[in-house]
Design a protein around this ligand. Sequence first.
Ligand SMILES: CC(C)(COP(=O)(O)OP(=O)(O)OC[C@H]1O[C@@H](n2cnc3c(N)ncnc32)[C@H](O)[C@@H]1OP(=O)(O)O)[C@@H](O)C(=O)NCCC(=O)NCCS
Length: 153
Amino acid sequence: MHLSVRKATEDDCKLLFDWANEPEVRKASFSTEKIEWLGHTNWFFQKLKNPNSLILILEADGSPAGLIRFDKDTEQNYFLISFLLDEKFRGMSLGTTLISKGLAYLSSGQQGPIVCVGFVKKENIASQRAFYKNEFLLESESDDNLKFIKTIE
Ligand SMILES: CC(C)(COP(=O)(O)OP(=O)(O)OC[C@H]1O[C@@H](n2cnc3c(N)ncnc32)[C@H](O)[C@@H]1OP(=O)(O)O)[C@@H](O)C(=O)NCCC(=O)NCCS
């Protein structure tokens, strides 16, 4: 299977909407309510315009298989990671590949050290595994989530 990442475009709006509302994705998120179409389109087009956001689509043999998003926190100077796989592409550890390809894309366009952070619910073992396999460190934990961090020099 050939895997690659590309930047999201306006044409991906419906794809991301459907992914965002898939039950496992809502369950893994920190706000679990259903996402409405109008709110989604506003949010998505703002993200595409925002120089501090990067949304990448993972393609498997040319088909969309997942996404990874980096949102730069300009005050604390780190990139917050969100990611998901299409249901059809789960169960093959592609989350690990998605993060590694996303980090490679992000770091190729940046100068100097990059700090990336991911928050994961405690029950989301597959996601934790993907962070560990990309050599993220567990920085802290709260009642319901774990905070992973990685610095790329
Ligand atoms: C998180 C997500 C991307 C991971 O998908 P994936 O890479 O296909 O995950 P897999 O089912 O292949 O599991 C990944 C690893 O965790 C392990 N794992 C999964 N569930 C496990 C469990 N309950 N106990 C122990 N290990 C488990 C798998 O064995 C696999 O290990 P390996 O890589 O060493 O072989 C996918 O589940 C998803 O899109 N979920 C919804 C959105 C989401 O949770 N996003 C992340 C938010 S932080």
